[in-house]
Design a protein around this ligand. Structure first.
Ligand SMILES: CNc1ncnc2c1ncn2[C@@H]1O[C@H](COP(=O)(O)O)[C@@H](O)[C@H]1O
Length: 215
């Protein structure tokens, strides 16, 4: 196990809310329970379950959505998730997350992504390089070359390169999907590099959405 921990790694497909530690989820659930907002016993077993089926995995994601509704929590989670990956010696991370709107918290899809970016930028245990969208694919590896040069120049501080993608949940309407696509384009200079298509494969229908758009 030790050799595995010490190997530099790339993580090309991490969902932000799928990467939260169980202990953090329990802490968030307890805090909402203290405020009388949720019934802890209803969510505890979903969080603690091992060997989940696909249906149970998506049930957990629905619980996580209830636990992560405000900007501060989103920022905290993004910060922790990047720190956790870095502590496992991930040196390059492609992180994706579904922008969420939550009127009761004054949260728009944009402010959700801003909260995520703030969390990533505020990591202090390791240097974070948030790589912006690169127009010319021939320059895609430039940041990694820069990292190698850093090492050669004796900079020994741990570093993690992060690229952010915005996910579209297959349950979303065409209008909501297009809002996320536009947002990704508008925020590409800030570290958003693409779109991810995600969500429970047993729910929703991409084909129907697409055919409505094209009709
Ligand atoms: C087989 N694995 C999978 N297949 C499809 N979608 C998945 C997934 N694992 C995670 N997600 C997507 O990521 C969301 C949680 O992170 P964010 O809230 O976006 O940060 C889930 O709700 C789901 O839409």
């Amino acid at each position: 196990m030790e050799w595995w921990m010490s190997m530099p790694k790339v993580e090309l497909h991490a969902h932000l809310n799928g990467s939260i530690r169980g202990s953090t989820l329990l802490e968030l659930a307890r805090a909402l329970w203290d405020k009388g907002l949720i019934d802890f016993s209803q969510v505890e077993h979903v969080i603690l379950k091992n060997d989940r089926s696909l249906t149970e995995v998506f049930k957990l994601f629905d619980v996580i959505r209830i636990l992560t509704t405000d900007h501060m929590t989103v920022t905290r989670i993004a910060n922790k998730v990047v720190e956790d990956f870095a502590s496992e010696k991930v040196v390059y991370l492609e992180l994706r997350t579904t922008p969420k709107k939550n009127d009761s918290q004054g949260m728009s899809k944009r402010s959700y992504v801003e909260a995520v970016l703030e969390g990533i930028r505020s990591v202090s245990s390791v240097d974070v390089a948030l790589i912006p969208y690169i127009e010319d694919p021939r320059n895609l590896l430039d940041p990694l070359h820069a990292a190698t040069n850093d090492k050669c120049n004796g900079n020994s501080r741990k570093k993690i390169f992060v690229r952010l993608l915005l996910s579209v949940d297959r349950r979303e309407t065409t209008e909501a999907t297009m809002e996320t696509v536009k947002l990704a384009l508008e925020m590409r200079h800030l570290g958003v590099v693409g779109i991810d298509v995600s969500g429970n494969p047993k729910v929703g229908e991409w084909y129907l959405n697409l055919s409505r758009t094209l009709a």
